[in-house]
Design a protein around this ligand. Structure first.
Ligand SMILES: *Cc1c(COP(=O)(O)O)cnc(C)c1O
Length: 425
């Protein structure tokens, strides 16, 4: 994490910026590939990796990951269309989310995806009636459980507490007759997601063991064959100084142990691990240009052309003390001094990094926020102050591809309607 990336596959970042402007997100396909293989190589062959589009819904990022071998976990109609356009086979798509509407369910039926992950008993009823209308039956469904046990080691814990996600394990256990009444649905497995930003492999292995045991137990109690288990994922990446990346070899050893015991008992069961952040974060860099550098009451500020409007995650949400993403100076070296790096928004919260140690920053210099390929634009208030969303570039095979155009004024105004308050006489 200590050397600045000033070159991506032979493309100088300064040249990319010349061509595409700032603020800019750049994704390095070599890093996407390396990250995928590092995980793939330690997982047992029977475990499929599904990409959670939520982390970075760009169609080309999704297509790149799919070309490597990932399926797709989608949670909205647009994400479903994105995955299909990216070339993901419907048999490798699952759809989840607590608030699916009829259009989304109908699109899943139409596409014939691997499974809809149902999150409430009422959703099952709605899906069952839509299937009846469509003249379809035996439609595959995974039951998302809100486990009775809590998760360990996540920045955002799931399980063991009231949640809008999934069906409480206890309630599901009592639902045998309600499930039996469904005519057109085939329950074929269980889904559980225990939280995000797991960095300790032992926690992931522990949670997976519990999920698999619960899945087997529920299949027995409710009497359905276990054909798919999605045991979540939520692997993190180290962002802050006090964090370390997941020890993948140890994770692989632990998961292989748990998964092989499980699949020995359930040889035909598909096992899915779903991941967003882990697959895309490290491959992405957010590049901003310093506009103004100034002092305020003894502190140095860099006011850059992009900030939390594109990269809310860099605010370090959820942490009491502001911690900084790795930020590098691309235009200067030399003695370090602390700078607070802000964006252009008119709110004091638009701070990308607080007291970041950087070589001298001058107006026009480029700064790179590293590990920014996940939860960037997609999770940020890009419309705030009408700056719009930045351009995104994917570098693949040495070639820079513009994979999202920067919003223009016309893009931003196109959906607004001007009421005429000056009627002609
Ligand atoms: C957000 C989410 C993911 C992706 O989480 P990451 O931490 O980015 O891997 C996967 N599954 C579900 C159910 C989610 O809500």
């Amino acid at each position: 994490m200590n050397t600045a990336t000033i070159d991506i596959q032979g493309n100088a970042i300064s040249a990319l910026v010349e061509e595409f402007g700032t603020p800019l997100f750049v994704y390095d396909a070599d890093v996407l590939e390396r990250t995928y293989h590092e995980l793939r190589d330690v997982l047992p062959v029977g475990a499929d990796i599904f990409y959670s589009l939520k982390a970075n819904p760009n169609v080309s990022v999704c297509a790149m990951l799919n070309s490597l071998g990932t399926g797709a976990e989608v949670s909205s109609y647009t994400e479903l269309v994105t995955a299909l356009r990216a070339g993901v086979a419907p048999r490798d798509v699952i759809f989840l989310g607590p608030g699916k509407d009829e259009q989304e369910l109908a699109a899943c039926i139409e596409a014939g995806i691997h499974a809809i992950v149902c999150e409430s008993l009422d959703e099952l009823d709605l899906l069952d009636s839509l299937l009846a209308t469509a003249g379809r039956n035996e439609f595959p469904v995974l039951m998302r459980i809100n486990p009775a046990f809590g998760s360990k080691g996540s920045g955002l814990a799931m399980g063991g507490k009231p949640r809008q996600f999934g069906i409480d394990e206890v309630e599901l256990r009592d639902s045998k007759s309600r499930l039996a009444a469904l005519q057109n649905i085939r329950v074929k497995g269980v889904h559980a997601y225990m939280g995000t930003r797991f960095l300790n492999h032992e926690d992931v292995v522990h949670n997976t063991r519990q999920i698999l045991a619960t899945a087997e137990d529920l299949a027995g109690v409710l009497g359905f064959p276990l054909e798919t288990v999605d045991f979540g994922g939520g692997l993190g990446v180290a962002y802050f100084d006090n964090e370390n990346d997941v020890e993948l070899a140890a994770l692989g050893t632990g998961l292989t142990d748990v998964l092989s015991t499980f699949s020995a008992r359930n040889p035909r069961c598909r096992m899915i691990m779903e991941l967003g952040r882990f697959l895309t974060a490290v491959a992405g860099t957010y590049i901003v240009r310093a506009r103004y550098v100034k002092d305020s009451m003894g502190e140095k500020f860099v006011v850059a052309d992009g900030g939390t409007n594109h990269h809310m995650a860099a605010v370090g949400v959820g942490s009491f003390v502001k911690r900084n993403f790795p930020i590098r100076h691309l235009s200067n070296t030399g003695a370090l001094r602390p700078y607070t790096v802000t964006g252009p928004l008119c709110t004091p919260n638009d701070v990308v990094g607080k007291k970041v140690q950087l070589p001298e920053v001058r107006p026009g210099d480029l700064l790179a926020v590293e590990r920014s390929g996940a939860y960037g634009p997609t999770a940020s208030p890009g419309l705030f102050l009408s700056h719009g969303f930045p351009a995104e570039v994917l570098v693949h095979g040495g070639q820079a591809h513009l994979v999202r155009e920067r919003d223009s004024v016309e893009d931003l105004l196109a959906k607004q309607h001007l009421v005429d308050f000056h009627p002609a006489f």
